[in-house]
Design a protein around this ligand. Structure first.
Ligand SMILES: Nc1ncnc2c1ncn2[C@@H]1O[C@H](COP(=O)(O)OP(=O)(O)OP(=O)(O)O)[C@@H](O)[C@H]1O
Ligand SMILES: [Mg+2]
Length: 206
């Protein structure tokens, strides 16, 4: 089973991914948790380039291709072998992030983003994707509360995030069987419970 988490920055992806992992491990399910961009030596090196503030001059196409390069490596090195070994793979961000951020956020032709996703992943799609839907304003509040230093991507304007959110919602509309929208403002335990209810039937079939 291949599960991904999506949503704008601070929507609670990592929080939910970790809660899910903990629960799966309690059941002694073999699980692999990875995050994008990153997860392999090569992909982590690409991540550093992508998030580095000094790389302000990065062109949107370069950004897209770097995300795809990092993705290709993690798919080949980690995700595919883990799925083949019968493990549950939980990935914090995946193909939909590129559609939302580089497609809807940066305005790159969606056709290209989809084609490059297919190339980078050899058409490997998640069985289920949880989209944590949050307004950019709420996300900014959470960020201020944490007072963490922003990375290159996070320092974009609210409008950028508003376009990304729209993109994510469109994705959920286009692929309602795979992409599940969740209200990211709910208490975290409640969101976790909703996720668990959707995952459970798939697990018992294995
Ligand atoms: N349901 C929730 N309600 C309120 N706050 C939450 C909820 N879930 C997570 N948070 C808080 O919001 C912040 C962001 O959460 P988290 O790091 O899980 O988001 P993320 O989507 O992984 O962000 P990023 O894209 O930056 O990695 C954290 O401070 C977290 O404690
Ligand atoms: Mg995170």
């Amino acid at each position: 089973m291949f599960i991904t988490f999506e949503g704008i920055d601070y929507s609670g992806k990592t929080t939910q991914a970790k809660m899910l992992i903990r629960r799966l491990r309690q059941m002694e399910m073999p699980v692999v948790y990875v995050r994008e961009p990153g997860g392999t030596k090569i992909s982590e090196a690409i991540r550093d380039i992508l998030l580095d503030h000094r790389n302000r001059e990065m062109h949107a196409h370069t950004e897209l291709l770097l995300y795809m390069a990092a993705r290709s490596q993690i798919v080949q090195e980690i995700i595919k072998p883990a799925i083949q070994a019968g493990k549950v793979v939980v990935c914090d961000r995946y193909i939909d992030s590129s559609v939302a951020y580089q497609g809807y956020g940066r305005g790159i032709d969606l056709e290209w983003v989809h084609r490059l996703n297919d190339f980078a992943t050899e058409h490997l799609k998640p069985d289920i994707t949880f989209l944590l839907d949050l307004s950019p304003e709420r996300a900014a509040e959470r960020r201020q509360r944490k007072a963490r230093r922003q990375d290159r991507m996070e320092s974009e304007a609210l409008e950028f995030y508003s376009n990304i959110r729209k993109g994510y919602r469109k994705l959920a509309e286009d692929e309602p069987r795979r992409v599940m929208i969740l209200d990211a403002e709910l208490p975290r335990d409640q969101i976790h419970q909703q996720i668990w209810e959707m995952i459970k039937p798939g697990l018992s079939q294995r």
